[in-house]
Design a protein around this ligand. Structure first.
Ligand SMILES: [Zn+2]
Length: 154
């Protein structure tokens, strides 16, 4: 059974148990199994009694969950790198600005100290957020490294 034949046969089934040949394919093919599950969930959603007048929205929300995209909790690595580059660039470029030099000439360390404290706080905040948001990734890499070291020592 090919995936195309599975999906074609799945169209003809009306939420009844899968015939044996389809069930065998679904057990060995993840894509077709998830397609089948999604279709069954959609049919189940379609067959729900009319909930427009119901005050309990729990069954409706529960039925919709499989169709909702997974929440995106992370900032992409590209955005982290761009942000870090902007912060480092500002630390390097701000002292080169004519305005910075003019204010430094007038106010001296009374101006430069707060500016560099603010930039230092920004770097600390950035580093802290980066580490906190990548703890899972660091933990996974540390475990892989430990397994690698253990394998090397043995
Ligand atoms: Zn398949």
């Amino acid at each position: 059974m090919t995936c195309d034949r599975f999906l074609a046969a799945l169209d003809g089934i009306d939420n009844e148990p899968l015939p044996a040949d389809l069930a065998i394919h679904a057990r060995s093919c993840r894509a077709c199994a998830s397609e089948s599950a999604a279709l069954r969930a959609a049919i189940g959603l379609y067959r729900l009694p009319d909930l427009a007048g119901s005050s309990d929205i729990t069954p409706r929300v529960t039925a919709l969950l499989p169709f909702m995209p997974a929440p995106r909790r992370t900032v992409s690595m590209r955005d982290w790198i761009i942000t870090g580059f902007v912060i480092v660039s500002s630390i390097v470029l701000v002292p080169l600005l004519a305005e910075f030099r003019a204010l430094k000439a007038v106010y001296g360390s009374g101006f430069t100290l707060p500016v560099f404290l603010a930039l230092g706080s920004l770097v600390t905040l950035y580093g802290g957020l980066f580490v906190m948001s990548h703890l899972d990734d660091f933990s996974r890499r540390l475990k892989a490294w430990q397994i690698h070291q253990h394998g090397r020592a043995a």
